[in-house]
Design a protein around this ligand. Structure first.
Ligand code: ADP
Ligand code: MG
Length: 194
């Protein structure tokens, strides 16, 4: 990935979370506090704005800047989590021909290090884990489909991490908002890859 593609990806994510902000908010209202759409919209809009005045030669620099902006602009659990993911991904791409699949794995590892969630805990990790594996095996379209399926598979799960875990059994029957936004992030990646 080069810097222009990375910028296009972040812009595509910003457009997608804006388009789906109400849906993400409704999902979070069902099992959390309803702010996930607002949080991500604020964060990715801030990232696009920061990148507009940021000179970068590599995708890694663009994605590291994105992560730093998310950490500083997004309240709630998802800001530090996605921020760490983008920072780790960016750091793993010192040159444009570094392995993007390895970078995604580093991003997933950063989220797990920070949030301590395992697959099955009903979090973004449930979409991210299969997406990262599918990307390594088959590329961006397969990753987008794996993230979508991983998010859908959170519906029957009981949350064991984050705000939704306070609901206990009442968290079942709803799709996790963070897994849903992860699916949007990978759909955006597929849309700019090619
Ligand atoms: P908050 O829960 O602080 O209101 P958001 O609503 O923005 O933050 O994000 C909620 C999402 O964050 C959840 O749907 C879940 O996917 C994710 N999440 C919460 N805690 C964790 C964690 N410990 N590890 C991974 N993901 C988490
Ligand atoms: Mg929330």
């Amino acid at each position: 990935m080069d810097a222009a593609q990375a910028r296009a990806w972040v812009a595509a994510i910003a457009a997608s979370v804006t388009e789906h902000a109400a849906e993400l908010g409704d999902l979070d209202a069902a099992i959390g506090d309803g702010d996930h759409g607002v949080n991500l919209r604020r964060g990715f809009d801030a990232a696009v704005a920061a990148l507009a005045t940021f000179e970068a030669d590599t995708a890694g620099a663009v994605l590291t800047k994105t992560g730093t902006t998310l950490v500083s602009k997004v309240g709630g659990a998802s800001g530090p989590l996605y921020g760490s993911m983008f920072r780790a991904l960016g750091k793993a791409l010192p040159s444009d021909d570094a392995s993007f699949a390895d970078g995604l794995q580093a991003g997933l590892d950063a989220i797990v290090r920070l949030g301590k969630a395992s697959p099955g805990d009903k979090t973004m990790v449930d979409a991210l884990t299969p997406a990262v594996a599918a990307y390594a095996a088959s590329g961006p379209d397969a990753a987008a489909e794996a993230a979508r399926a991983g998010a859908a598979a959170t519906i029957p799960l009981q949350a064991r991490k984050g705000r939704a875990s306070y609901l206990g059994e009442r968290s079942t029957g709803h799709q996790d908002p963070g897994a849903t936004s992860t699916a949007l992030i990978f759909a955006a990646l597929a849309s700019v890859s090619g």
